[in-house]
Write a protein that binds this ligand. Structure first.
Ligand code: F6P
Ligand code: MG
Length: 441
């Protein structure tokens, strides 16, 4: 096995991982508890006393979880039977086997950050499924919906832009088409600023017209492999035989405004014939506050379809049709809500790995995907991306991510150190973004 650096963890006092475990995660848990409280009367209306009892149970399980975390108690196995319970518990055992400490127990601040953070969201889910009849409840649904509503103006601007573009798309020459592709890629990148876990679930919507800001934001793109994406897809388009396919897969991140930007990009991929099918991968359970589930996906398409603006509703109607026609395919897989690094996918979820191998290009959206791609490890800044992927090469892939965790590879020698000296929060504030490609050139 290749030698890999240590995992990021809360052991490093003052690090972003440490602050996340110490402050951000408890804040998120408190917000989840508040949300359940606020829905008490709704649970009563729907399920009577049983609903109220269930709400109390979920709250007590979550309060216990918050206490375990704040007092750095050992991480305990999951108890409620669910599709992934055994895999989680095996992973916990594996983490424990890596410890040299005498009691051999994984603890919140001493285990890999990626593991404990994923575990926290999985325990929230456990508290909910242990509390029927409210076991269907998505504790983050409200904030995801709010993010969408607050971004209305930008959504309308993007839908209008796309529909105008489609009208003349056949008249565009290669360079013009490429420019438009790059614009929509950048919109999808900056859409990733709108994740809700960084703000502890507080609103983080898009209120300005992102299209107008693209030029100003360009200096903040630290790595820009957009040209590779263009060469790859325009080449597929040119060489594609009649009736054959070009598949682009998008491993989704956040719902709300970011998802709109991803769907706009996916729509453009079909309209420009750069792709003939787009496959989306979402989460099977509520995850990292704002991540997209199938409910969020369907809800958002429906909202756009019924939006009170003609180009917005046109987009929504087209999107629904793409889904019906199988040009857009939404997939679920439990692997995306496991704590494993992506280099373990071929072992842990060989079916998913085999599916990804069918892609012509895979776009990984967001920060958490980047952490899992690179194993959330303390890589040197200048380590090549290919190396940090540690054997995960199912198909050509590109990560589209704003930086929100202390991890970045593939920089020029000295570049990371320079940023660090001038702007210590450069890699956690979401201000910078990357398009980082791995695949044939
Ligand atoms: O809290 C951990 C974290 O991974 C942050 O690094 C990041 O802010 C967030 O969760 C997830 O971001 P994204 O939605 O871009 O994956
Ligand atoms: Mg997210």
């Amino acid at each position: 096995m290749a030698v890999v650096p240590a995992s990021l963890s809360g052991q490093d006092v003052g690090s972003f991982a440490y602050l996340t475990i110490k402050d951000r995660i408890p804040q998120i848990l408190t917000k989840v508890i508040d949300t359940l409280h606020r829905h008490k009367s709704e649970f009563f209306e729907k399920h009577g006393e049983e609903g109220v009892e269930a709400e109390k149970k979920a709250i007590s399980l979550l309060s216990k979880l918050r206490n375990e975390l704040q007092t750095d108690k050992p991480i305990i196995p999951l108890v409620e039977k669910f599709v992934d319970t055994d895999i989680w518990n095996q992973y916990l055992e594996y983490q424990q086997s890596l410890l040299n400490e005498s009691d051999g127990k994984s603890r919140w601040f001493y285990s890999p950050w990626l593991f404990v953070e994923c575990y926290m969201y999985r325990r929230i889910h456990e508290a909910i499924i242990q509390s029927p009849p409210i076991d269907y409840f998505d504790v983050f649904k409200e904030s995801k919906e709010q993010n969408f509503y607050e971004s209305q103006e930008s959504v309308i601007a993007l839908c209008t832009h796309l529909q105008q573009l489609i009208k003349t798309i056949e008249d565009l020459n290669e360079n013009q088409l490429k420019d438009e592709f790059f614009k929509l890629l950048q919109i999808s990148l900056w859409g990733n600023k709108c994740d809700l876990s960084l703000s502890g679930g507080e609103s983080s919507s898009q209120e300005t017209d992102v299209l107008d800001s693209l030029e100003d934001l360009k200096p903040f793109i630290l790595l820009n492999d957009m040209e590779h994406l263009w060469s790859l897809l325009s080449n597929c388009k040119k060489t594609r035989e009649k009736a054959s396919v070009t598949r682009v897969y998008i491993v989704l991140d956040n719902s709300g405004f970011e998802l709109v930007t991803d769907l706009i990009l996916a729509n453009f991929l079909l309209s420009s014939e750069l792709a003939t099918e787009v496959h989306f991968y979402g989460k099977t359970i509520p995850w990292f506050v704002s991540d997209t589930t199938i409910h969020d996906f369907n809800w958002l398409v429906e909202q756009v379809k019924h939006g009170n603006h003609k180009w917005m509703s046109k987009c929504g109607a087209d999107w629904e049709e793409y889904v019906e026609m199988g040009k857009w395919v939404y997939h679920d897989h439990i692997f995306w809500t496991l704590p494993h690094e992506y280099c373990a996918m071929s072992q842990v979820a060989p079916d998913l790995y085999a599916e990804l191998q069918k892609a012509h290009l895979i776009l990984f959206k967001g920060d958490l995907n980047y952490r899992k791609l690179t194993g959330d490890r303390k890589w040197e800044f200048s380590v090549p991306f290919h190396q940090a992927l540690n054997g995960f090469h199912p198909a050509p892939l590109c990560t589209i991510r704003t930086l929100k965790a202390e991890i970045q590879v593939g920089l020029k020698p000295g570049q990371g150190e320079q940023l660090m000296a001038s702007e210590p929060c450069w890699w956690t504030s979401g201000k910078y973004g990357i398009f980082q490609y791995d695949g044939p050139l």
